[in-house]
Design a binder for this molecule. Structure first.
Ligand SMILES: Nc1ncnc2c1ncn2[C@@H]1O[C@H](COP(=O)(O)OP(=O)(O)OP(=O)(O)O)[C@@H](O)[C@H]1O
Length: 302
């Protein structure tokens, strides 16, 4: 079978536990992300989501295992991978616009100043920022605006992979909703691949093509890959009416509430820990309801 665009192979992370021993956060974790996919990862605090994110970003080296993107080993940071953190991480001395042009210039050194600026403005406009506001420094912007700038900055660099570490964690519910919509708009217009950490089940169902579920640590693993069988475009008020919505939601709640604990702490014993694929689809026609010739049914009933 062809390897996925992003392939995480037998990833193991250990840290000193502070008492002279070793803490195994996860072991032999194996999963993939296809090109253009939007994948969310859900799991309890401390299971290792940020550790995985840091490894994917090239900001940390795993104890063992490899990450490959487009068939090449990921090691060290690269403009091919953009990261958005919860705390915005904008450069405080630069305006919103310059925070975006800064990265674009590095990514496309051959572009003219005008081209860089037009490109940056296009992405800022996609997240609802235009006019004088883009000349303000981060300290003069609201939290929501700052997060819009960091999303625009990450997408404007057109990385092959976007890594979002709880990007809406610090925002109020209303702002969060608006920026989620803007994120989906930019993602669908750019066809970039997104890997996102969130603690919010409803956010994950709204945004993702697929949700990866992690068991609790230590020895955590990505146990399930749940396909979101709800067509796009999705609307936050209408999505709850889709026949699959509550079935998927209940499955996720049940996993996080119960199974993540039951499956916790299982050592891999050297086995490759690939997630089980879960497809919940209430709209699929059950086999018994499929039309069969009446005669055939009569024969099988005998
Ligand atoms: N540099 C480090 N040294 C020692 N232990 C670490 C280090 N980094 C992370 N850990 C431990 O590894 C485990 C996983 O941490 P990580 O931050 O990846 O979890 P998380 O799932 O992202 O949690 P949260 O949802 O709270 O952000 C935790 O037990 C943490 O204490």
């Amino acid at each position: 079978m062809a390897k996925p665009f992003l392939s995480i192979e037998r990833l193991t992370q250990q840290f000193p536990d502070g008492a002279g021993g070793t803490l195994t956060v996860f072991e032999n974790s194996t999963f993939g992300v296809e090109k253009g996919e939007f994948v969310c990862i859900l799991g309890h605090s401390g299971c290792g989501k940020s550790t995985i994110m840091n490894i994917l970003a090239g900001l940390a080296e795993p104890t063992s295992g490899v990450v490959k993107m487009d068939g090449k080993h990921v090691s060290g940071p690269s403009l091919d991978r953009g990261v958005v953190f919860q705390n915005y991480s904008l450069l405080p001395w630069l305006s919103a616009l310059k925070n975006v042009t800064f990265g674009v210039k590095a990514r496309y050194p051959g572009w003219s100043k005008d081209k860089v600026e037009a490109h940056a403005k296009e992405y800022l406009a996609m997240v609802g920022l235009d006019g004088e506001v883009i000349n303000r420094k981060p300290s003069q912007l609201s939290g929501g605006m700052r997060q819009r700038v960091s999303i625009a900055r990450a997408f404007a660099n057109q990385p092959k992979l976007l890594l979002l570490d709880e990007p809406f964690g610090a925002l109020d519910a209303l702002t969060r909703g608006t920026i989620q919509d803007e994120l989906i708009k930019v993602w669908s217009q750019t066809e970039q691949t997104v890997f996102m950490i969130t603690h919010d089940i409803d956010e994950a169902i709204l945004l993702a093509d697929r949700i990866l579920l992690m068991t609790n640590g230590p020895f955590a693993r990505v146990a399930e890959s749940v396909e979101i069988t709800i067509p796009r475009p999705r609307n936050r008020t209408e999505i709850v009416e889709h026949p699959n919505y509550y079935a998927i939601r209940n499955h996720l709640v049940q996993f996080l509430g119960q199974r993540s604990k039951e499956l916790a702490g299982q050592q891999s014993h050297g086995d490759d820990q690939s997630p089980e694929s879960v497809v919940i689809d209430k709209t699929a026609t059950p086999p018994e309801a499929q039309s069969e010739p009446a005669t055939l049914r009569a024969v099988s009933n005998e």
